[in-house]
Design a protein around this ligand. Structure first.
Ligand SMILES: N[C@@H](CCC(=O)N[C@@H](CS)C(=O)NCC(=O)O)C(=O)O
Length: 338
């Protein structure tokens, strides 16, 4: 009830423009940091170490926006949010942006007073099972119990999938990912279902990660991306183009390691526009001209962020797959900076 009221209030505020009359950037500049809504802990996406330092591919979106605005990727504060809390936190203005492994759906985009800015990770729902269960497909799991998280797309996908395949199941629902993986480990369910990337992330939290495996099936589309409030186009553009700059940088071969050299000597007009040397102005979004340079220098291009956080060399060991650039067989494609 409390949540429903809060969501209602958030939508009303967002739609009336009270919170949100194109002033998010002013608010952020005034307080000197971006307040970023992330998960309560998904390694590779957003998680804090024992010193409270956040890392992850979602955290890098917050850092990119701070780099674009302040020339300093450190100017971010993080709000860990459960799936149920996340939209209210954004609607009410508690956070400025929400890059929290959140799936872009029609309902969320059109009925919550929110806008999705792009896709920083193309995902799909999968299943984590113990190897000793001995199943090779979710289709062998008629009557099984599934650990899932409340307030996620996971719940409806699971219902759709079981209905379509004329099978039954028992959902066992939790609020946080920690509770979910602990329940799985304790044997309270036969399988844990969630976005596949999150299964790889949760698997490394098991005392014996090798005891569990991710089934090959993917039962849904989960395009995950940063969300902002509707009604503030300037802020929408800043978040959207921060992501696009990272993808364009990868395509143009500009990395955190070579960006200074590129800035000094590249004659490629695409690189020069990305780095703010010629042709385009940061002031169109109310930020400095070198916003693209600062993102790449301090956060890296999209490929660097992917590899560092979730890629084959990281603890998660995920291949680029759908998240490869469009020119390399994947879906990552950004409009040009021109
Ligand atoms: N992408 C899906 C699922 C997102 C989600 O919340 N997944 C859980 C998977 S375990 C999670 O990230 N939990 C982290 C948390 O509780 O903070 C959605 O947008 O609904």
């Amino acid at each position: 009830m409390k949540n429903t009221l809060a969501i209602g209030l958030g939508v009303a505020l967002a739609l009336s423009g009270t919170v949100n009359a194109g002033t998010t950037l002013d608010g952020v500049k005034g307080k000197g940091f971006v307040q970023c809504g992330v998960s309560t802990g998904i390694p590779g996406f957003s998680s804090a170490d024992d010193k409270g330092k956040f890392t992850g591919i979602d955290v890098d979106m917050c850092r990119a926006v701070a780099a674009a605005i302040f020339g300093d990727a450190e100017k971010v504060k993080y709000s860990p949010l459960t799936a149920k809390e996340r939209f209210t936190a954004l609607q009410s203005g508690e956070v400025d942006m929400l890059p929290r492994n959140t799936t872009w759906t029609y309902t969320r985009d059109s009925s919550l007073g929110l806008n999705f800015t792009g896709v920083n990770y193309y995902d799909g729902q999968g299943f984590l099972v113990t190897k000793k269960l001995g199943v090779k497909s979710a289709l062998e799991m008629d009557g099984a119990a599934f650990c899932i998280q409340a307030g996620t797309t996971t719940e409806l996908n699971l219902a759709d999938y079981f209905r379509a395949n004329k099978m039954s199941y028992t959902p066992i629902t939790f609020d946080t990912s920690d509770q979910t993986i602990k329940a799985f480990e304790a044997g309270r369910c036969d399988a844990l279902t969630s976005d596949q990337s999150q299964l790889y992330a949760l698997r490394i939290k098991l005392s014996d990660p090798n005891s569990a495996m991710v089934l090959p099936e993917v039962i849904s589309k989960e395009p995950l991306g940063p969300v902002v409030r509707q009604g503030d186009d300037e802020w929408f553009n800043i978040v959207k183009w921060s992501l696009f700059a990272m993808v364009n940088a990868e395509e143009l071969g500009v990395t955190s390691a070579n960006v200074d050299e590129m800035k000094a000597s590249s004659t490629d007009p695409n690189v020069r526009r990305l780095l703010g040397i010629e042709g385009v102005k940061g002031e169109w979004m109310g930020i400095p001209d070198d916003w693209g340079y600062n993102i790449v220098k301090q956060v890296g291009n999209y490929g660097e962020a992917f590899e560092r956080n979730v890629g084959m060399g990281s603890a998660l060991g995920i291949s680029r797959g759908l998240n490869a650039l469009w020119s390399k067989g994947g879906l990552q494609y950004a409009p040009p900076i021109r």
